[in-house]
Ligand binder design. Structure first.
Ligand code: HEC
Ligand code: HEC
Length: 240
C-alpha cells in the first residue's frame, strides 16, 4: 500500500520531467534538421562557415555566393519565398565572366551556360531559412549602421545611383537595364536588410575582401539616400 502511494506521487513528477525532455530534444532536432539540410544540399556550392575568399583566384572559383553571414544580410520572408521559387539575381550567374559572350553591341549573357537554382518545398524552405538566419558572422558590421525610415524620389535616387556614383555600370535597376557583373538591385529592398545594404555600400571589402565592387567612400547622407532609393525600387517596406 505504502509502495503504491509513493509510486502515485512520483508518477506525475516523472511525467512532467518526461515532457521537458521531449520538448527539449525536439527543439534540438529542429535545429539539427535545418543545419543538416544546409550541409547536405547547399554546402557543395555555398560557403556556410566563412571566411570569404582571400585571393582573386579563390573569388573567381567560387561556385555560389557566401552564406555564412546570411542572417545579417537577408530578410527571412524573402528567403522563404525565393527558396521555393528562385529567380536569377546575378544576371550572369557566378562567376559572371564565365557566362558572358560578345554581342553585336555589348556583352550578353550566355544563357546556355546557366542552370536554374534548386527549389525547396515550403516546409524545407522554412527550415533552411531559419537555419540561415542564425548564420550571423558580421553582427559587428551591422551594429555600426543606422538607417532611419524615409523616402526619396526615384528621380533624385537614380541621379545619385547612376550619375553621381556610377553604380549602374554593374547593377541592374530594372529587368534588362544596367550592368551584368553585380546582383540586380530592383528587388534588393525585399531581399536585403537595410543595415546590410548600408554597410555593404560603405565598405564592400569589409564583407568580401577581394570583391570587385569599388569602395566609393560614399558619405553617410548618400548611403541613406541610396538605401531609400533601393527600397523605393522594389517597393519593399523599410522595416527589417
Ligand atoms: C549547384 C550549386 C548550388 C547549390 C547546390 C545551391 N545553390 Fe544557392 N546559389 C547558387 C548560385 C550559383 C547562386 C547565385 C544565383 C543568382 O545570383 O542568381 C545561388 C544563390 C543562392 C541564394 C541567394 C544568395 C545571394 O547572395 O544573393 C541563396 C539564399 C541560396 N542560394 C540558398 C541556397 C540553399 C539554402 C541551398 C540548399 C538547399 C542552395 N542554395 C543550394 C548555387 C547553388
Ligand atoms: C564594378 C562593379 C560594381 C560597382 C561600380 C558597384 N557595385 Fe555594388 N556590387 C558589385 C558586386 C560584384 C557585388 C557583390 C556580388 C556578390 O556578392 O555576388 C555588389 C553588391 C552590392 C550590394 C549587395 C547586393 C547583394 O545582393 O548582395 C549592394 C546593395 C550594392 N552592391 C550597391 C551598390 C551601390 C549603391 C553602388 C554605387 C555606389 C555599387 N553597388 C557599385 C559590383 C559593383
Amino acid at each position: 500500500m505504502k509502495e503504491r502511494l509513493r509510486t502515485l506521487r512520483i508518477y506525475p513528477a516523472l511525467l512532467a520531467l518526461g515532457g521537458v525532455v521531449v520538448a527539449f530534444s525536439s527543439a534540438w532536432a529542429g535545429e539539427d534538421a535545418g543545419m543538416s539540410l544546409l550541409n547536405n544540399r547547399c554546402a557543395s556550392c555555398h560557403n556556410l562557415r566563412g571566411p570569404a575568399p582571400s585571393s582573386i583566384h579563390a573569388l573567381w572559383a567560387r561556385k555560389a555566393p557566401d552564406l555564412f553571414y546570411a542572417g545579417n544580410k537577408f530578410r527571412r520572408k524573402w528567403l522563404i519565398s525565393w527558396l521555393q521559387k528562385p529567380v536569377r539575381i546575378r544576371p550572369a550567374g557566378e562567376f559572371y565572366a564565365d557566362h558572358i559572350k560578345p554581342g553585336p553591341k555589348r556583352d550578353m549573357v550566355d544563357e546556355s551556360t546557366l542552370k536554374p537554382h534548386l527549389a525547396l518545398s515550403a516546409a524545407d524552405a522554412k527550415l533552411a531559412a531559419d537555419a540561415l538566419m542564425k548564420l550571423r558572422a558580421h553582427d559587428d558590421l551591422i551594429a555600426k549602421e543606422q538607417v532611419p525610415e524615409g523616402t526619396i524620389s526615384t528621380s533624385m535616387g537614380s541621379l545619385v545611383f547612376d550619375k553621381f556614383l556610377g553604380c549602374m555600370a554593374c547593377h541592374r535597376i530594372r529587368k534588362d537595364f544596367g550592368g551584368l557583373s553585380g546582383p540586380e538591385l530592383y528587388t534588393a529592398g525585399e531581399r536585403l536588410k537595410p543595415r546590410f545594404m548600408a554597410s555593404y555600400i560603405r565598405s564592400p571589402q569589409a564583407w568580401d575582401p577581394k570583391i570587385w565592387m569599388p569602395n566609393k567612400h560614399v558619405s553617410d547622407t548618400r548611403i541613406i539616400q541610396l538605401v531609400h532609393y533601393l527600397q523605393a525600387l522594389s517597393k519593399g517596406g523599410s522595416h527589417e
